[in-house]
Design a protein around this ligand. Structure first.
Ligand SMILES: *[C@@H]1O[C@H](CO)[C@@H](O)[C@H](O)[C@H]1NC(C)=O
Length: 191
C-alpha cells in the first residue's frame, strides 16, 4: 500500500512538474509576444516620451550630396522681415506624426527660427523683454551647439580682403543634405 502510494505521488509529482514547465513556457512566449507587440505599438503611436523615429526623413533616404556655394547676397538681410518669413513652410516647420498626431518641430526649422530670433534682437533690441532675452540666449546656444554638430571641416583659404588678411568663405562649395527635400517632406505632412 505504502509502495503504491509512493509511486502515485511520484507520477503526480512528475505530471505537476511537466505541467508547470509547459505553463512556464507558455508564460515566456506570452511575455515575449507582449513585449514585441508593446514595442511595435509604442513605435507606431509615438506616445512614449522618448520613443519615436529620430528623423522626419530616414537618413538613408536623405543623401549628403547637395552643393552649396557661399555667395555674397543682398537677400535675407537683417532688416528684411518678409524674406525671412519665406524660409518657413506652412506650419512653421512643425509636423504631426503617428496615430495620436503628436507634434514635433524639425531641427532645420528650429535652427532657422533661432537665427531669426537673433536677427531680430540685433536689428532692434528695444522690443526685447526678459522672456525674449531668455529665448535669444537659448537660441544663441542652440545654434552654437548645432554648428559643432555639423563639424564642417571645409577649408577656406585666407586671402587679401579689403579689411586686410582674412577669410570670408565666399565662393566655397559645401556638401550638404538636400534641404529642398525637407520642404517637400513637410508639405506632404502638413496639409
Ligand atoms: C529668464 O531667465 C532667468 C535666468 O535663467 C530666470 O531667472 C527668469 O525667470 C527667466 N525669465 C523669464 C520671463 O522666463
Amino acid at each position: 500500500m505504502m509502495e503504491r502510494r509512493r509511486e502515485t505521488y511520484a507520477s503526480v509529482g512528475a505530471a505537476v512538474l511537466l505541467a508547470g514547465a509547459i505553463l512556464l513556457n507558455i508564460c515566456f512566449i506570452l511575455v515575449a509576444m507582449h513585449n514585441q507587440g508593446g514595442k511595435q505599438l509604442h513605435l507606431n503611436s509615438y506616445t512614449t516620451e522618448s520613443v519615436f523615429p529620430n528623423s522626419l526623413i530616414p537618413y538613408d533616404e536623405h543623401p549628403y550630396d547637395a552643393q552649396l556655394t557661399i555667395e555674397e547676397t543682398l537677400h535675407y538681410g537683417p532688416t528684411n522681415d518678409e524674406e525671412w518669413l519665406t524660409l518657413f513652410p506652412k506650419g512653421g516647420g512643425y509636423v504631426r506624426l503617428g496615430p495620436d498626431r503628436r507634434l514635433f518641430r524639425v531641427t532645420m526649422f528650429h535652427q532657422l527660427y533661432c537665427l531669426n530670433i537673433i536677427r531680430k534682437a540685433i536689428v532692434d533690441a528695444s522690443w526685447i523683454n526678459e522672456e525674449d532675452r531668455n529665448t535669444t540666449t537659448f537660441c544663441f546656444n542652440y545654434v552654437h551647439q548645432l554648428s559643432l554638430c555639423a563639424a564642417s571641416t571645409r577649408l577656406e583659404p585666407v586671402k587679401q580682403l579689403t579689411s586686410g588678411i582674412g577669410v570670408n568663405g565666399l565662393g566655397m562649395e559645401h556638401t550638404c543634405r538636400d534641404w529642398s527635400l525637407v520642404y517637400t517632406s513637410l508639405e506632404q505632412h502638413v496639409k
